[in-house]
Design a protein around this ligand. Structure first.
Ligand code: GLT
Ligand code: MN
Ligand code: MN
Length: 390
């Protein structure tokens, strides 16, 4: 078997909306016919994926009756069972219906906010029924163009009210579910509140049950803001808050492209996989590797599965490259941690005594500054591993 072909052990997931994307964009119609959710389940399992994620309305159309809902869910569960796929994550569509044109939880209209809460409680029930353990919140419409319409502080406070409310709902129902907040700086709104993973982390600390809530960073979304995705994810991991991740690719400064994982900025993709897999000896991310991306508009149905296999294969190839990089003695020597048994304890945990000793220590800035750090050599070694010649 090809070592880079995906298997369920890799915990790769796709959304129904990702491989099911029909190629519609603001300038053109769909280029592919919609795929039935049960067909997606079958095809994903044939490709070696582990799970499938969904919005409520990816599966159950908006406005369906209770009987229709139950019939659809029954058929979907049978397909999951037959093809051995799970549903690790679910979410709510709070952006497609025109009722959400000025946001859901942050809307100025309490009727819209009430409708959004009700829709989300129903969608949480659906997700839990399908086995989801993580519930994503992407506030795509929680933003503004005419900023005078609402004080942004009010918007943030309303987002807090909604998340606190829904955390209590989950606890009250006895569900085993945690929330993952997904940031995006803009699109479809002119500006979206809580624009980056860093904003989200600060916001989570203000919630009533912060332990239930983490983040779901997306490559494209941090890139759109011109930020280092790897740094954002690392900060989330360091805080114990990386509950989920949306993998894709994106050129900096563009609209949200949601490209095949690793197809832009291979260096960042390599560093991301290295971080998630902990190949340098750090703690490994254990959650699903979710691809929130879609095939180019040039593709037919076969191209969609080429796209899906490409996401997973690139992840596995980068993982192998990262393992080789971190096992390379030349690399290890260059990044070996410098230790100083005297100074290190003085730099950690302030006391007057430590500060006095620190002040008295012999430190020569000119000598420290004169050293070359060999990062050119290190980065070139990374390039050579990445390009497959080492
Ligand atoms: C939508 C968005 C994604 C979010 C999804 C979850 S839906 O496609 O572009 O980034 O992760 O709501
Ligand atoms: Mn996403
Ligand atoms: Mn996106």
């Amino acid at each position: 078997m090809d070592p880079f072909d995906p298997t369920p052990d890799d915990r790769f997931t796709f959304g129904l909306w990702t491989v099911g994307n029909t190629g519609r964009d603001p300038f053109g119609e769909a280029v592919r016919a919609p795929l039935a959710p049960t067909t997606i389940v079958q095809r994903l399992s044939e490709c070696g994926a582990w799970g499938v994620n969904l919005h409520d309305n990816d599966l159950v159309p908006f406005g369906a009756s209770a009987a229709q809902r139950d019939a659809i869910v029954r058929e979907f569960k049978a397909a999951l069972e037959e093809h051995g796929l799970c549903v690790p994550m679910a979410t709510t569509n709070l952006f497609s219906h025109p009722v959400f044109k000025d946001g859901a939880f942050s809307s100025n209209d309490p009727k819209v906010r009430a409708f959004a809460l009700r829709k989300t409680m129903d969608a949480i029930d659906l997700g839990v029924e399908l086995g989801a353990k993580t519930y994503v919140f992407w506030g795509g419409r929680e933003g503004s163009e005419a900023d005078a319409c609402r004080d942004p502080r009010t918007a943030v406070a309303r987002m807090r009210d909604a998340l606190d409310y829904l955390c209590e709902y989950v606890v009250d129902q006895g569900y085993d579910l945690k929330f993952a907040l997904e940031a995006k700086p803009n699109e479809p709104r002119g500006d979206i509140y809580l624009a980056t993973t860093g904003h989200m982390l600060a916001f989570i600390a203000t919630l009533a049950r912060p332990q239930m809530v983490g983040v779901n960073p997306e490559v494209a979304h941090e890139n759109m803001a011109g930020l280092s995705f790897v740094h954002g994810v690392a900060q989330a991991m360091e805080a114990g808050k990386l509950f989920h991740i949306d993998l894709n690719a994106q050129k900096i400064g563009r609209y949200d492209q949601d490209l095949r994982f690793g197809s832009e900025d291979v260096r960042q993709a390599f560093l991301l996989v290295r971080l998630l897999e902990g190949t340098s000896g750090t703690e490994r991310y254990s959650g699903p590797r979710h691809f929130d991306a879609h095939a180019y508009r040039t593709e037919d149905d076969e191209g969609v599965w080429d796209f899906a296999r490409g996401c997973m294969r690139t992840y596995k190839i980068l993982k192998a490259r990262a393992q080789a990089f971190d096992a390379d003695p030349a690399v290890r020597e260059l990044i070996a941690e410098q230790r100083d048994a005297v100074l290190e304890p003085l730099c950690k945990g302030y006391s007057r005594e430590k500060a006095a000793k620190l002040r008295a220590a012999a430190l020569d800035p000119a000598q420290l500054a004169a050293r070359g750090l060999r990062y050119e050599r290190l980065d070139q070694l990374m390039m050579e591993h990445l390009l497959g010649v080492r």
